[in-house]
Design a protein around this ligand. Structure first.
Ligand code: HMG
Ligand code: MG
Length: 311
C-alpha cells in the first residue's frame, strides 16, 4: 500500500498549498556542505514532484550560515521564470541587493517574536529588526518582487520559555503590515501543541489577520508537527511549510530539529481527500536520494515506510 484510503472530512479545506523549505531550512543546518550542483538537482527534483513553491536559499551573511554561502551561484543555475516560485530569505538591504542582482523576485523576511532570538539570529534588538526589514520590503515591492514574512518563536523560545500570544500577534502583525502577502507562523523549536495552535490562529483572527493571510511552519522536535497541522486545517489554514524528508532546523536556536516532513503532510492530506498536487512516490525517491547525499537516513516516517530499503 503506497497511498492511504481517502476518507474526506467536509469540515476541512478542499485544497492546500505546500511551501517547500527543504533546500533552505533543511540544508542551512547540515554539518556537511552540500555541493551547489546537488542543491540545484534537489530543487529540480522537488519541482518535478509537483511542489508549487520551493524556497531555494538565503542571502544572509555567509559567515552566519556558511552552508548557504553559495546562494548567488545556486540561483544562477535555476529557472527563476518557470511555473514554480523560488523564494529566498533576505534579512537586510545588503541581502536584498544580492538577491535582486541574482534576479530573484520572491523575497522572504524573517523576524522574531522574542527579544533573545532577534539578538541571536539577527544580531538586532526586537525593535530594531523592524527598521532592518522596512527598507527591504519597500524596495522589494518597488522592484516588483513579492514579500513573505516569517515570525519565529511563536510558541516557545529556548531562552525565554513560553511566549505570550499577544506578543506573537503584535510582532507578526507588524511584519505583515509592512506589505507582505503572507505571514508564516514559526514553531522554531517544535514545542507547540494542538490547542495552542488553534488559540494563536484565533488571536490573529481577532486582530484582523484572517487564515487567508497565514501559513503554518512547524518543526517536529517533539513529534507534534502533524497534529498541529491538523489543528490548523480545522481552523481553515490552507498554506503549510514543510521540508522534504523532514530536513531542517535553525543554527541559531538550539533544540530546533527538522521541519514537518513534506511526505508526512502529503500522506495525511491525501487520506483526507485534500488536493495538494504532489506526487508522493517521486518525493520519497528525492528524499532518499538527498539522504544518501547527506549520509544519514531521513527522519520522515513516510519516507521510511515507503522508501526502498538501502541494500
Ligand atoms: P551583522 O554581523 O550584524 O551584519 O549580521 P552587519 O550589518 O553589522 O554587517 C557586517 C558585515 O557583514 C558588513 O561587511 C556587511 O556588508 C556584511 P563589511 O562592511 O564589514 O565588510 N553583510 C552581509 N554580507 C552578505 N550578505 C548579507 C549581509 N549583511 C551584512 N545579507 C545579519 C546581521 C542579519 C546579516 C546576520 O545576523 C545574519 O545573516 N543572520 C541570518 C541568520 C539566519 O540565516 N538564520 C536562519 C534563518 S531563520 C530560520 O531558520 C527560522 C525560520 O525557518 C522560521 C522558524 O522556523 O521559526 C525562517
Ligand atoms: Mg524553520
Amino acid at each position: 500500500m503506497n497511498l492511504p484510503m481517502v476518507v474526506p472530512d467536509p469540515s476541512l479545506p478542499t485544497a492546500v498549498t505546500i511551501y517547500e523549505v527543504g533546500a533552505r531550512d533543511g540544508l542551512q543546518n547540515e554539518k556537511v556542505t552540500i555541493p551547489t550542483e546537488v542543491k540545484a538537482e534537489f530543487i529540480g527534483r522537488l519541482i518535478d514532484a509537483g511542489l508549487p513553491i520551493v524556497e531555494a536559499t538565503s542571502f544572509v551573511h555567509p559567515k552566519w550560515v556558511p552552508q548557504l554561502a553559495d546562494a548567488g551561484e545556486l540561483i544562477s543555475r535555476l529557472d527563476l521564470h518557470g511555473s514554480v516560485a523560488l523564494p529566498v530569505l533576505v534579512p537586510n538591504e545588503r541581502g536584498l541587493d544580492r538577491a535582486l542582482e541574482a534576479g530573484c523576485d520572491h523575497i522572504a523576511i524573517f523576524g522574531s517574536a522574542t527579544e533573545t532570538f532577534a539578538q541571536k539570529n539577527l544580531n538586532s534588538t526586537l525593535d530594531d529588526q523592524y527598521a532592518m526589514f522596512e527598507p527591504v520590503v519597500s524596495r522589494a515591492l518597488a522592484a516588483d518582487a513579492d514579500v513573505r514574512a516569517y515570525v519565529s518563536m511563536c510558541f516557545g523560545d529556548p531562552w525565554e520559555g513560553a511566549v505570550p500570544i499577544p506578543q506573537v500577534v503584535a510582532a507578526g502583525k507588524r511584519l505583515l503590515d509592512m506589505g507582505a502577502y503572507q505571514l508564516s507562523i514559526g514553531d522554531t523549536i517544535g514545542v507547540a501543541t494542538a490547542a495552542h495552535v488553534g488559540a494563536l490562529i484565533d488571536a490573529f483572527g481577532a486582530a484582523g489577520v484572517g487564515v487567508d493571510k497565514l501559513a503554518m511552519h512547524f518543526h517536529d522536535t517533539y513529534g507534534q508537527a502533524l497534529a498541529n497541522a491538523h489543528a490548523s486545517l480545522l481552523k481553515g489554514i490552507t498554506t503549510f511549510d514543510a521540508s522534504a524528508g523532514g530536513l531542517g532546523g535553525c543554527p541559531y536556536a538550539k533544540s530546533a530539529t527538522g521541519n514537518l516532513a513534506t511526505e508526512d503532510l502529503v500522506w495525511m492530506l491525501t487520506g483526507l481527500g485534500i488536493e495538494h498536487g504532489v506526487d508522493l512516490s517521486s518525493l520519497v525517491a528525492t528524499s532518499q536520494w538527498m539522504a544518501a547525499n547527506l549520509g544519514r537516513p531521513s527522519p520522515s516516517a513516510v519516507v521510511r515506510a515507503l522508501g526502498t530499503p538501502a541494500s
